[in-house]
Unconditional design. Structure first.
Length: 317
């Protein structure tokens, strides 16, 4: 009887103990669930705030990135347009340099031609000076010849006078010979021969005078022609001198133009080199702008993905 009672009590005690254990387990589970819910709510709120902050920041970053992307694209377009313009400017500068070089070469040829022309004009001027000196020398010789011709005229005049006097003396001698009769016959013959000689001398002198007059006329004409030639040479010299001065002016202008063209060519060449360097720099900037735009696009995609993940996480919470 006692054993039966103890067994019933033991089962009852065990049953109560199981009940207590289950009750404690349920309470513990409830406590754990409550604590878990509390912590999950607290963590969820914090996580929700973090996700909200991430979403807001992502949106702001997306907006900023969009602005940066637009600016980067605009910069890339501007740099590209600037590069194109600089390329065109480089081409224009190259053409200008070629034209300036061609102009410098043409001016150099013109300068060589002008120098040759100036040398030719100087030779002509020197030749005219020599011709003037020769004409002056000829004129002096002609004047000297005219003076000598005048002296010959004077001498022939004296000879004419002597012939006339000799003729008169011969005539007087002939008269005296006639008066002398037979004794004057020989003297009469001599007087006649002297008279003939005087007549021939007078004829010769007349011929010489005629020749002297012709020479004098020719000399006077030559002197006049020489004077005209001298005047013509002087006028031609003045004209050649003006031509030489004009050539010198042209040569100076051509030299100045050549130096200017040469300087322009050097300046354009330097500008072309500088523009080429600018184009290279713009190309580098263009490449950098494209890389920046590409990086911004990639960042934009990453931010969009982050925004989507944050939104999904927020929806899950």
């Amino acid at each position: 009887m006692i054993a039966a009672i103890n067994e019933d009590e033991a089962f009852a005690t065990l049953h109560r103990l199981n009940f207590v254990m289950w009750s404690l387990g349920i309470v513990l589970v409830l406590i754990i669930v409550g604590v878990g819910l509390y912590w999950s709510r607290s963590i969820g709120k914090s996580l929700s705030l973090v996700v909200s902050d991430i979403t807001t920041t992502s949106s702001e970053l997306a907006t900023t990135i969009n602005q940066h992307e637009r600016v980067a694209k605009q910069q890339a377009v501007s740099v590209n347009e600037t590069t194109t313009t600089m390329d065109e400017l480089t081409s224009s500068a190259r053409q200008s340099a070629e034209q300036a070089e061609s102009s410098a070469l043409g001016t150099e040829k013109a300068m060589a031609i002008a120098e040759g022309g100036n040398a030719t004009v100087n030779q002509m001027l020197n030749g005219m000076i020599n011709l003037k000196d020769k004409v002056r020398a000829v004129a002096e010789h002609i004047l000297h010849l005219s003076e000598q011709t005048g002296q010959i005229g004077k001498i022939t005049g004296l000879v004419t006078d002597f012939a006339s006097e000799t003729k008169m003396l011969a005539m007087n001698a002939a008269v005296e010979a006639v008066k002398a009769g037979e004794h004057g016959t020989g003297f009469s013959v001599v007087a006649m021969e002297i008279r003939k000689l005087a007549d021939e001398s007078k004829k010769a002198v007349d011929q010489i005078n005629a020749l002297v007059n012709d020479i004098r006329k020719a000399t006077d004409m030559t002197v006049m022609v020489t004077e005209d030639g001298t005047k013509t040479v002087e006028e031609e010299m003045a004209l050649v001198q003006k031509t030489s001065d004009a050539f010198n002016g042209v040569l100076f202008a051509v030299k100045t133009s050549f130096e200017s063209s040469k300087q322009i060519f050097l300046n354009i060449k330097q500008q072309s080199l500088a523009i080429t360097q600018v184009v290279e720099a713009m190309n580098s900037i263009n490449i950098g702008a494209k890389e920046t735009s590409s990086g911004i696009s990639q960042t934009k995609v990453a931010i969009q993905k982050l925004t989507e993940v944050s939104q999904n996480l927020k929806d899950m919470i």
